[in-house]
Design a protein around this ligand. Structure first.
Ligand code: AP5
Ligand code: MG
Length: 185
């Protein structure tokens, strides 16, 4: 069973490449960003609490996302692709513990590398099409700052376990998918 983390900055293409990876390898996709946006759309208590945090481009608390991941792993029998999680070293340590409790361990972390100017270009482009409420210049700047401060250390965490694999995230969607496939195969 494969359990994989797709890692990268906001706009790196995690969600886009997830579609191909889950269909090709028969994995269950879990995106904490998508789960949190569903809570906001459903106007649950949790959704009301996290709306302002996400619109500000900050990370929501580890407890909230860990609870979501805990339930997703417990329900899964196929192997999972984690997208947008873990985003802090504490989350990465918890993921190791949760997988281990189910007799599993992370197979690999795939890090999409994309220069910051291209990340911003993609997110501003998406803003014109989709209107995601965190795709505006100020919030994008905050998301990138959170990424550098809290999420990049997660890459070192996986490097120290020998599980980090970097992929050039520039090019067409198909070219990048082919690079990921070559790596995971
Ligand atoms: P989340 O939903 O995870 O957003 P993000 O990490 O900011 O990243 P995006 O989803 O914007 O980018 P992506 O890498 O998926 O790229 P995509 O494929 O969409 O998180 C949102 C918020 O939720 C966070 O800020 C935080 O508040 C909260 N949150 C989520 N998880 C959390 C956690 N674990 N802990 C705490 N808080 C958490 O591509 C981007 C755009 O580029 C698209 O328009 C796409 O079409 C385009 N594109 C993709 N590939 C290419 C390409 N090769 N060439 C050109 N364009 C491309
Ligand atoms: Mg995404």
């Amino acid at each position: 069973m494969k359990d994989i983390v797709i890692f990268g900055a906001p706009g790196a293409g995690k969600g886009t490449q997830s579609d191909f990876i889950v269909s090709h390898y028969g994995l269950t996709h879990v995106s904490t960003g998508d789960l949190l946006r569903s809570e906001i759309a459903a106007q649950t208590d949790l959704g009301l609490r996290i709306k302002a945090i996400m619109e500000n481009g900050q990370l929501v608390s580890d407890d909230i996302v860990v609870d979501m991941i805990d339930r997703a792993i417990a329900a899964d029998t196929r192997g999972m692709l984690f997208d947008g999680f873990p985003r802090t070293v504490a989350q990465a340590q918890t993921l190791d513990r949760l997988l281990s409790a189910h007799g599993r361990s992370l197979t690999a972390m795939v890090q999409l590398e994309v220069p910051e100017a291209e990340l911003i270009r993609r997110l501003l482009e998406r803003a014109k099409i989709q209107g995601r409420s965190d795709d505006n210049e100020q919030t994008i700047a905050n998301r990138l700052a959170e990424y550098r401060a809290k999420t990049l250390p997660v890459a070192e965490y996986y490097a120290s376990q020998g599980k980090r694999h970097t992929v050039d995230g520039l090019g067409t969607i198909e070219e990048i998918a082919a690079r990921i496939r070559a790596l995971l195969d």
